[in-house]
Write a protein that binds this ligand. Structure first.
Ligand code: SF4
Length: 283
């Protein structure tokens, strides 16, 4: 069985020292090992942004896609090879701005993909502009007088769209983050894991200390029931979206794979995969 070290490769990340994305990478590698995967059973598909580089830093199948399109690619990979465990990843700009349409419909579709968003509330790769996750009044080069747009709440949107797994964590909490990614990988259906992952270079407001002061960990609420969708929405709104932990999981709703005609067939063998295009058209 592979250890987390076997999910490392020899590519040195070029993230800034202290970037939260390092811990997200480590958590993915640990979670993959903990659920018993081998590197050749995992595909990591990423979008564009600093966080999008993550697919190149993990020893697994990987594809660094185009801006906002990690989810269409990840779903295509899963549809083409249902034997693979598929992780999609990217930043809040990638997934909640240009890619938001894909995010909502991937949630509705409930295909078995784990989507990990590194949410630093700014565009880091392009040197610090306001993102959909930036707070109102947030000053950057693109909003020198402060953002006048409301802050997008991905957790509320996910629940409204029919998500079956919604979690949130903090890159500094490696134990919680690893456990949530494991839970997402084990979930049968689409899982959204939003991770507060500070950009130490361009976001001087939402720092590690700021997150530590503002995060509300669900461990504080031993009676919290993650199968209760109304309670989940209430907790997100009560905490202004700062709640961390497993916020909602619906184990009853069937995944796309369970419902789609054709998906119940046995997986294609290697011999089947050598069939010609004409043979495939007859399937
Ligand atoms: Fe991380 Fe920000 Fe540096 Fe990008 S610019 S690598 S998000 S710290």
């Amino acid at each position: 069985m592979a250890t987390f070290k076997e999910f490392r490769n020899n590519v040195k990340p070029n993230w800034c020292p202290g970037c939260g994305d390092f811990s997200v990478q480590a958590a993915i590698q640990r979670a993959a090992a903990n659920v018993g995967l081998e590197p050749e059973q995992l595909a990591v598909i990423s979008g564009i942004g600093c966080s999008g580089r993550i697919s190149g830093y993990i020893n697994a199948y990987g594809l660094h896609g185009i801006h906002g399109r990690s989810l269409p690619i990840a779903q295509g990979v899963k549809l083409a090879n249902r034997e693979l465990t598929v992780i999609a990843s990217g930043g809040d700009g990638d997934g909640f701005a240009i890619g938001m349409g894909h995010t909502v419909h991937a949630i509705r579709r409930n295909l078995d993909v784990t989507y990990i968003v590194m949410d630093n509330q700014i565009y880091g790769l392009t040197k610090g502009q306001t993102s959909p996750r930036s707070a109102e009044g947030f000053k950057t080069k693109s909003t020198p007088e402060g953002s006048i747009e409301s802050t997008l709440s991905p957790l509320e949107i996910a629940l409204s769209a029919g998500a079956t797994f919604v979690a949130q964590s903090f890159s500094s909490d490696l134990k919680q983050l690893t456990a949530l990614i494991e839970a997402g990988l084990n979930h049968k259906g689409f899982s959204l894991i939003n991770v507060f992952s500070p950009c130490v270079t361009f976001n001087k407001v939402n720092t590690y200390d700021w997150f530590k002061e503002n995060i509300v960990n669900l461990e504080q609420f031993p009676d919290y029931d993650p199968s209760n969708r109304i309670a989940a929405m209430t907790k997100i709104m009560e905490t202004n979206g700062m709640v961390t932990g497993l916020i909602y999981q619906n184990k009853e709703r069937k995944s796309y794979e369970d419902l789609a005609v054709g998906f119940k067939q046995e997986a294609l063998s290697k011999q089947d995969l050598k069939l010609s295009r004409q043979d495939f058209d007859k399937l």
